[in-house]
Design a binder for this molecule. Structure first.
Ligand code: ADP
Ligand code: MG
Length: 168
C-alpha cells in the first residue's frame, strides 16, 4: 500500500527545484480552486526554500522576479488561479507584528500561503496542509513532504502518480 502522507525526492540542482515547484502546482490545480492551501517550508539558510517558492509562483503564471520577503515579511502575487502569499518570518522579532499585519486575513479562500521560518509565527498561522523539509546533500538537496491534512494527502497522491508515470 502506498503511504499517502509522505513523499520524498532527490533534487540535483536549482533547475530541478523549480521543476518540482511546477509539479506541486500541477497537483494543487487538481483541487477545487476555492480551497485555501498552506505549506510550511523548512530548511537551513540557503537550503532552497525561496527557490522552491519561486518555482511555484512562476508555475502559477508570475513572469517577473520573486523577491525574498526577508524584509517585508510577505510578498503577494495575484495570479489567475490563486493568490499567493509568500512569507519569510526569519526577521520577525515579535509575533505581535503578525497581529498588526492582520495575519488571519491572509489564510482565506483561494489562497496559497508559502511560509518560510513558520516556527517564528507559532500559534498565529494557519495549520499547514503540507510540511516541506529541504535538506542539504552537498550541492543537491533532498526534499521530503509530510501531509498534515486530507488536502495535503491529495497533493501527495498526485505527486506519487506523476513520479510513477515518469519511471514507467
Ligand atoms: P533559502 O530560502 O532556503 O534560504 P534560497 O532558495 O534563497 O534558500 O537559496 C538557495 C541557494 O542554493 C540558491 O543560491 C540556489 O542557487 C542554490 N542551490 C544549489 N543547489 C540547489 C538545489 N538543488 N536546490 C535549490 N537550490 C540550490
Ligand atoms: Mg528564503
Amino acid at each position: 500500500m502506498t503511504d499517502l502522507s509522505h513523499y520524498t525526492q532527490y533534487i540535483p540542482d536549482e533547475t530541478a527545484m523549480c521543476a518540482f515547484g511546477a509539479d506541486l502546482v500541477n497537483a494543487i490545480c487538481k483541487l477545487p480552486s476555492s480551497n485555501a492551501i498552506t505549506f510550511y517550508l523548512n530548511g537551513d539558510l540557503g537550503a532552497g526554500k525561496t527557490t522552491l517558492s519561486r518555482g511555484i509562483i512562476q508555475a502559477l503564471g508570475h513572469q517577473g522576479n520573486v523577491k525574498s520577503p526577508t524584509y517585508t515579511l510577505v510578498e503577494e502575487y495575484h495570479l489567475p488561479q490563486k493568490t499567493v502569499y509568500h512569507f519569510d518570518l526569519y526577521r520577525l522579532s515579535d509575533p505581535e507584528e503578525l497581529e498588526f499585519m492582520g495575519i488571519r486575513d491572509y489564510f482565506n479562500q483561494n489562497c496559497l500561503c508559502l511560509i518560510e521560518w513558520s516556527e517564528k509565527g507559532k500559534g498565529l498561522l494557519a495549520e499547514p496542509d503540507i510540511i516541506i523539509n529541504i535538506a542539504y546533500a552537498d550541492n543537491a538537496r533532498n526534499i521530503s513532504l509530510i501531509a498534515q491534512s486530507i488536502q495535503g494527502e491529495q497533493i501527495i497522491k498526485t505527486l506519487q502518480q506523476h513520479k510513477l508515470q515518469n519511471t514507467l
